[in-house]
Ligand binder design. Structure first.
Ligand SMILES: Cc1cc2nc3c(=O)[nH]c(=O)nc-3n(C[C@H](O)[C@H](O)[C@H](O)COP(=O)(O)O)c2cc1C
Length: 176
């Protein structure tokens, strides 16, 4: 039966739905995994995000999901942010701010009271990287967000040093 105001009326398997309600209403994660959400102007941050995903898998992450915020369905990205217990935000710097698809994504999460997650940050910038600072400013307005160190800065494209930092971030975010 469908209630016109609230949707389907559930009569069976209620334990399953009540369990889901409990998870969603208390902002707990549904699954153990890492969601990497990236926004990239020219593609170098995208490459770094994919390389980081490989590192995480090699280091034993149960599940890694990578999403391009400029091209994905935003509703799916928001769903994945809530589904997994760990998230990595990777973005290019843009006009002394963060590339708009990342800004938009974070504002959606803030509007939905996103909280209680472990977060890694990767920024990319050529002359004055500003993405991490902007991401942190938005995260600061959320509850129970643990930003994992190191915050990784890439200068245009990955090099030996930033690769090492990425590996460090992968270790840190997988640590309990
Ligand atoms: C329109 C535009 C604005 C940019 N603004 C900045 C900036 O404010 N600071 C900076 O360090 N780099 C800036 N950049 C350079 C990019 O951040 C850099 O090329 C990018 O991080 C490389 O990663 P990507 O290939 O993933 O885009 C800008 C690039 C463009 C095209």
């Amino acid at each position: 039966m469908i209630c016109p105001l609230h949707g389907p009326i559930l009569k069976e398997n209620l334990e399953h739905y009540i369990n889901k309600y409990d998870i969603w209403s208390s902002y707990k994660a549904e699954d153990d995994g890492v969601f990497i959400a990236f926004s990239s102007i020219h593609g170098n941050t995208a490459d770094a995000a994919r390389e980081l995903a490989k590192m995480l898998e090699e280091k034993g992450a149960k599940k890694v999901v990578v999403t391009d915020l400029a091209r994905c369905d935003m509703a799916e990205a928001i769903e994945d942010a809530f589904r997994y217990d760990k998230i990595i935000l990777a973005s290019s710097s843009y006009n002394f701010e963060v590339f708009p698809p990342m800004d938009q994504f974070l504002r959606h999460l803030k509007g939905k009271n996103y909280q209680n997650r472990k977060v890694g940050i990767v920024e990319n910038g050529t002359w004055s990287p500003t993405a991490a600072k902007c991401i942190r400013e938005i995260l600061d307005g959320m509850k129970d967000i643990t930003v994992v160190q190191p915050i990784v800065t890439i200068r245009s494209k990955l090099n030996e040093d930033s690769r090492k930092d990425l590996a460090e971030l992968a270790d840190a975010i997988l640590k309990n």
